[in-house]
Design a protein around this ligand. Structure first.
Ligand code: ARG
Length: 462
């Protein structure tokens, strides 16, 4: 029998039952659903709405159900529609009529809002831990590669020399913001919706604050209509997840590019690469490609949710049941990607020689040459013109700036002296970019120090 059968005189069609049910996917909320119900039950007894004996029976029943679900002893039923009514049905079957009091002053609308907040709060914490591990690794790798010179690119054309450490620290910064965005999302979702009822609160004297305190929320939601119809916390998470995936995808893309024969900046460990079923020579960066690919999936989840919510009148509408699969998919995907990208990076071997070779000979020191002329008194725009001509001369001659003779240099400008060669050496080019936030080893060391302090401040005490 359905928990809402009173008003109905005919059976639900089987098609309706299947179409309407969410148990196939919302069963993953069972733990949080039970935690919420226990807090609600304690409060009902404290307010004298149910007796202490009834409270104890209900709580013991719910705890047993939690265990039995974990042991795989209970079978969920689509006839009971969703996780909330499945558990309530189990409870009534287990403890009898007392179980029917659990839902006093509550609706599935505020119940599902609570469950989702509890669920997402925990998942955000787990994702934060994974992110911190990746951040820690990036710092370790950066510390090893402060002197590893590589070409920096704009438009994927060689631009100026940077170090691998500086490049990796760029990702550190992106992921730091991702983490802070998640922390912010958690702050905003951490309000307790029970007591909002179906939409218009309840006539019972519920102690909402007590429920909130039991469950570790920062406070209670302020408007019953908003509390049952709001899914911005789900959207906000998916937006954060999308941005985080975009960052991981860019890193994945660089790994893919760098492991091509043409670049050969990095070689993936065999444990994090795959072969081809036909071409015996192949070692493919499938894992990095999948991270790039799964980014599209998470964007899809965000768009799914935005589209579900965009035209819903207040308050709850069943459309909102569709929020779960998108949210769960985004959570699962982000976690899987974070979990695999960290060891993939950790075991990758960076080829210092190829990176340095890439930085040399490609005119990545042309700006340094112009800056040299500026130090000799030329206005920058004139220096730019002079160096442009020298570069063109080199290209026609099949040479590079480092190899031009003093005499050749003097043809372009009389201010060139012997010190030009040291000014345009790749090592000096890097070392002289000491500006805060720059790639010089001394600047990167300072950045590393700041980053380590931040990382320590993020780690949970104990
Ligand atoms: N399974 C539902 C959901 O996820 C729970 C809330 C249902 N409320 C209702 N009035 N039908 O949205």
């Amino acid at each position: 029998m359905k928990l809402w059968s009173g008003r109905f005189s005919r059976q639900t069609d089987k098609l309706t039952e299947d179409f309407n049910a969410s148990i196939a996917f919302d069963s993953r909320l069972y733990h949080h659903d039970i935690t919420g119900s226990i807090a609600h039950t304690r409060m009902l007894a404290r307010q004298g709405i149910i007796s202490v004996t009834e409270r104890d029976l209900i709580i013991a029943g719910l705890e047993e159900i939690r265990q039995e679900i974990e042991q795989g002893k209970l079978e969920f039923s689509p006839a009971a529609e969703d996780i909330h009514m499945n558990i309530e049905t189990f409870l009534i079957a287990k403890i009898g009529d007392v179980g029917k009091k659990l839902h006093t002053g509550r609706s599935r609308n505020d119940q599902v809002a609570l469950d989702l907040r509890l669920y997402l709060r925990q998942e955000i914490e787990e994702i934060q831990d994974l992110l911190l591990k990746l951040e820690e690794l990036l710092l370790e790798l950066a510390a090893e590669h402060i002197e590893t010179i590589m070409p920096g690119y704009t438009h994927l054309q060689k631009a100026q020399p940077v170090s691998l450490a500086h490049h990796l620290m760029a990702y550190f910064e992106m992921l730091r913001r991702d983490l802070e965005r998640l922390q912010d999302t958690k702050k905003r979702l951490n309000y307790m919706p029970l007591g909002s009822g179906a939409l218009a609160g309840t006539v019972f004297d519920l102690d909402r604050q007590y429920v909130s305190d039991q469950l570790g929320f920062s406070g209670i939601t302020r408007n019953s209509l908003d509390a049952v119809s709001d899914r911005d916390f789900v959207l906000e998470f998916c937006a954060c997840a999308s941005i985080m995936m975009m960052h991981m995808s860019r890193l994945a893309e660089e790994i893919i590019l760098w492991s091509t024969h043409e670049f050969s900046f990095v070689e993936l460990d065999d444990a994090f690469a795959t072969g081809s079923s036909i071409m015996p020579q192949k070692k493919n960066p499938d894992i990095a490609e999948l991270i790039r690919g799964k980014t599209g999936r998470v964007y899809g989840d965000l768009i799914t949710l935005l589209t579900i919510m965009k035209a819903l009148p207040l308050a709850y509408n069943k459309d909102m049941q569709e929020d779960k699969e998108a949210l769960f998919d985004a959570v699962d995907t982000v976690k899987k990607c974070l979990l695999v990208i960290t060891p993939l990076l950790q075991t990758a071997r960076f080829n210092r020689e190829n990176m340095a070779r890439g930085a040399r000979g490609g005119f990545t020191n042309a700006t340094d040459l112009a800056d040299y002329l500026v130090r000799k008194g030329l206005p920058f725009r004139d220096a730019h013109e002079v160096v442009g001509k020298a570069v063109l001369y080199c290209i026609e001659k099949g040479s590079v700036l480092e190899e031009l003779s003093r005499e050749e240099y003097q043809r372009f400008s009389p201010v060139f002296e012997e010190d030009v060669y040291s000014a345009i050496s790749i090592t000096n080019s890097l070392a002289s970019r000491q500006i805060a936030g720059g790639p010089a080893p001394i600047a990167v060391k300072a950045a590393l120090q700041e980053a380590r302090a931040w990382l320590r401040s993020q780690k949970k005490p104990g």
